[in-house]
Design a binder for this molecule. Sequence first.
Ligand code: SAM
Length: 377
Amino acid sequence: MGKSSKDKRDAYYRLAKEQGWRARSAFKLLQLDEEFNLFEGVTRVVDLCAAPGSWSQVLSRILIQGQRVGRKAWEDKRYKELLRLREAGQDGDKAASELEPPTEAKPRKNVKIVAIDLQPMSPLEGITCLKADITHPTTIPLLLKALDPDYDSSSSSTEASHPVDLVLSDGAPDVTGLHDLDIYVQSQLLWAALNLALCVLKPGGTFVAKIFRGKDVDLLYAQLKIVFEGVTVAKPRSSRASSVEAFIVCTNFRPPKGFKASLDNPLGAGRKLEHPLGDAQIPRTQPSRTLREDGIVELELGSESEEEGEDIRWIAPFLACGDLSAYDADASHKLPEGHVSLDPVQPPTAPPYRRALEERKKMGGAYGKTKLGDVLP
Ligand code: SAM
């Protein structure tokens, strides 16, 4: 398949090249930000599983270069304020028109961004890149040292002395196609990211991570709800609807009293957090059901039930984000007149498949001398 057909099939792939992003994933973070205003007041960020680096580029453009963002979040806030004031019988239009629009953004001071990936990542100005495995315990001292050069790596502390505002994780394993295995490996990456986040986040901080929505994801939501005030599952429009991928956006980190993040005994399959006031305190939401005249059952999330002993799961609210007028990631789009297909902005520095490609080229390409079952030397 030629480059331009991929441009047509995937509008975000084409736009990423046109706008200079290293990967189409940049749009996922931008669309999440439109909904959650992720970068307000943020100066210290950890970007886990960051290669080839499009999320780090977003961070760099917004925090270091000071590009303007947040228009959509401001418009939503203005609209909500208008409705609130009108309902209260006040002149909503006047008050909402006085809400300050987002100011022309400026480069922020004292920005610290650390990006980590198993793969090497081409440098980005102002970003500290570490090549490390986020599931390995030795990564935490590396991260703490990168966040604070005065950190004493011989100390046993796993807590950041200058904690961070935002931890992002877009971790994905090499997909095998074995659905359950892929979901399992992805969940291990997610727990590793969460454990790192618990060590470095400041109270009030935000954690955003990619999830694959498998059947045991509710345990994760319930655990997250103990340490974060807001837990929402979000699906940006640039993430294909056909994929199980979504993002968990956790806001206002508020560790229970006495909680200590521990990498010796990390959260995950082996260690589960108990709610300090008992599990009954975890807000449980069950859908209310209404049978319509046409026989369709409407489910509405949001009713709170605190009846003890009820065997109901906590369902994280789900939010589709990104403008409805934004490109559909699953559709094929007409290419603009005179479209010229561009090369990717930053091809992978050391792709694991490079040797296979070289060998295939030597053998005369995909339809050359190789036969099914040939083993590469
Ligand atoms: N957010 C990135 C961007 O915008 O360019 C894209 C991330 S890509 C979807 C997933 C990344 O997860 C890959 O680069 C992969 O190397 C990384 N990854 C997978 N397992 C990892 C691990 N155990 N430790 C660190 N990185 C890992």
